[in-house]
Design a protein around this ligand. Structure first.
Ligand SMILES: *Cc1c(COP(=O)(O)O)cnc(C)c1O
Length: 401
């Protein structure tokens, strides 16, 4: 059990805390599930891009899946080998493509025919061959929240099978493109195995088809999306997940690539916030805390559920309350209608499963300083990002007034 009370005392609140040992356990479990095949785990940097988190991930042997050149540079900065870095995303700028190519990363995941044209042109200008992969949109419903579902034709991501095939043939005939991979990513927080199985079957068939055209796909990238337990979700057993993919890949000699984000870091993280006030508007009970939607936006953005523990207050009567922040938006809440004990000024709330899409989605809205991040590893705690100051907040503006 982590002593959140002394961490809050030592570092102040609001605060993000990540248990690096949990991240390591998750990584090992995933590699274990995939051990029957060559596999490369590329952590989706957007879930948690703290440099120390990435360095930890690198030490475990993972690569990185990046969706901007900034993320590619973060990965390179902490020593992720270039041959373990993938660049994905639906809208890459020319300068981002150029820099990725110059850095000779493993592959660029393409999401449209036009993008392939840009990559070919830039590779030609640089006089190099671009290793590419194509993100295929298999038109499969991942049965998750619409905002984090990406595998349907109505979503902006990837290309349909026929376009993909056309693109592979075009790439094979280009002197500046080397089609080495195939990719799908159908959504996030997926708790059913069927969408993965279906997508893998569709893409594996395309790989066989391409093989008959002498296009040899080496990397079969199944994206991320494996869900975690926020409330009462039943998550996918990793063994079954791996078996579903393996059975789709029968007879194919490919390296399996996966891009977990939430799965690797979600459970490792806690968001610590202190109670400022209790307030009753008629029958409605509000617990007002020092953290806010700018720090952790998932409840506001997706109506996401995070378990909240009133630390050290396990006993005693509870009643329903909304847990809200100080920001001037009605959408500024962490939970609605949850049972909580009577709380007082300075009581500590621990918001669970906050390691993914927490800090990375944070902002300075309402001129709030971004909070500090702390790592726990082998029983020791350390700062991995210091709390922003007012000086940080105005740093890029002050010379102009
Ligand atoms: C966001 C994203 C991921 C990670 O998704 P999780 O649900 O966090 O595992 C992986 N690949 C791509 C292309 C993504 O956009």
């Amino acid at each position: 059990m982590v002593d959140f009370s002394s961490l809050a005392q030592k570092y102040g609140t609001p605060l993000y805390v990540y248990n690096f040992d949990v991240i390591a356990q998750k990584f090992v479990a995933l590699k274990e599930a995939f051990k029957a095949r060559k596999s490369l785990v590329c952590f989706a940097v957007k879930a948690n891009s703290n440099l120390s988190v990435l360095k930890h991930i690198a030490s475990l042997g993972a690569g990185c899946d990046c969706v901007s050149i900034g993320e590619v540079k973060r990965a390179l900065h902490v020593g992720i080998p270039k041959y373990k870095i993938i660049f994905s995303g639906v809208g890459k700028r020319d300068d981002e493509i150029e820099e990725a190519l110059k850095n000779d990363i493993l592959m660029i995941n393409l999401e449209s025919e036009e993008e392939m044209g840009r990559v070919e042109m830039i590779a030609k200008a640089l006089g190099i061959v671009a290793r590419i992969s194509i993100r295929v949109n298999p038109n499969i419903d991942a049965q998750t929240h619409p905002y984090i579902s990406t595998g349907l034709h109505e979503n902006k991501f990837g290309v349909d099978i026929d376009s993909a095939k056309r693109m592979y043939i075009q790439a094979k005939n280009s002197a500046f493109l080397d089609p080495v991979g195939i990719h799908f990513h159908i959504g996030s927080q997926i708790t059913q195995i069927e969408p993965f199985r279906e997508a893998a079957l569709v893409l594996a068939n395309l790989v066989r088809n391409l093989k008959s055209l002498k296009i040899d796909i080496k990397f079969f990238d199944i994206g991320g999306g494996v869900g975690i337990q926020y409330k009462d979700e039943i998550t996918i057993p990793l063994y079954d997940y791996a078996q579903a993919i393996f059975s789709a890949l029968q007879g194919l000699d490919v390296t399996l690539v996966c891009e977990p984000g939430r799965y690797l870091v979600g459970d490792s993280g806690y968001f610590l916030t202190r109670v400022l006030y209790e307030k009753h508007n008629g029958h409605k009970r509000f617990v007002i805390v020092d953290g806010a939607m700018n720090d952790l936006i998932r409840p506001s953005l997706y109506g996401a559920y995070h378990e909240i523990e009133a630390f050290g207050k396990e006993e005693g009567e509870t009643s329903l309350a909304d847990v809200v922040g100080p920001i001037c938006e009605s959408g500024d809440f962490f939970a609605k209608n949850v049972e909580l004990p009577r709380l007082e000024h300075d009581d500590l709330l621990v918001i669970k499963s906050a390691g993914a899409y927490g800090f990375t989605m944070s902002s300075n809205y309402n001129s709030r300083n971004r909070v500090a991040e702390i790592a726990l590893e082998a029983g020791k705690d350390r700062v991995i990002r210091k709390r922003e100051s007012f000086e940080d907040l105005i740093d890029l503006e002050k010379e102009y007034v």
